[in-house]
Ligand binder design. Structure first.
Ligand SMILES: Cc1cc2nc3c(=O)[nH]c(=O)nc-3n(C[C@H](O)[C@H](O)[C@H](O)COP(=O)(O)O)c2cc1C
Length: 131
C-alpha cells in the first residue's frame, strides 16, 4: 500500500529544469522527500515524480503558463521513488539566467488540508473526463 509522505512547514522543495522539463538542479528537500539522490534526479525529466492520479490537463496548464512567461500555482500529487506519495503547493515560473539561458523553476511548500481535499475532488473529476 502506498503511504502519504507528510511535509511540514519547514520543507521547501526546489528544482530547476531546462525548457523541456529536464532537471538541472534539485535541492536537499527535493531529494529527501522524493527519495532520490541528487545524482538520480539530475538529468531526468521532471515527470520522474509524476503520480498516476494527476490529470494531464493540470500539467498542460503549468506548461502553457510558464512558456507564456507567467507564474503558475497549483496543488500537485507526486510519487516518491518507493511508490509513496506527497502533496505539494507548487509555484512554477520561468527565469533568464545571467548568461542568457532560459530555465524553469518550481518551489513547493506544504499544502493545507483544505487544498488537498479540493484538489483530490477536482482531479478525480478531471480523470473521469479523460476516458
Ligand atoms: C519547473 C517544473 C516543475 C515541475 N514539477 C513537477 C512535479 O513536481 N510533478 C510532476 O508530476 N510534474 C512536474 N512538472 C511537469 C512535468 O514536466 C510533466 O509535464 C508532468 O509530470 C506530466 O508528465 P508527462 O509529460 O509524462 O505527461 C514540472 C514541470 C516544470 C517545468
Amino acid at each position: 500500500m502506498s503511504k502519504e509522505v507528510l511535509l511540514d512547514k519547514s520543507i521547501m522543495i526546489v528544482s530547476e529544469t531546462d525548457m523541456k522539463g529536464n532537471i538541472l538542479y534539485a535541492n536537499n528537500d527535493c531529494c529527501k522527500i522524493a527519495g532520490y539522490t541528487k545524482e538520480e534526479l539530475i538529468g531526468q525529466p521532471q515527470n520522474i515524480v509524476r503520480h498516476a492520479d494527476m490529470p494531464k490537463i493540470a500539467f498542460k496548464g503549468l506548461w502553457d503558463t510558464v512558456l507564456a512567461g507567467k507564474t503558475w500555482n497549483g496543488i500537485v500529487k507526486n510519487k516518491t521513488k518507493h511508490g509513496d506519495y506527497y502533496w505539494v503547493n507548487a509555484t512554477a515560473y520561468p527565469v533568464v539566467k545571467s548568461d542568457g539561458s532560459h530555465r524553469l523553476i518550481s518551489v513547493r511548500k506544504m499544502p493545507t488540508k483544505a487544498e488537498i481535499a479540493w484538489a483530490e475532488d477536482l482531479y478525480k473529476q478531471l480523470r473521469k473526463e479523460e476516458y
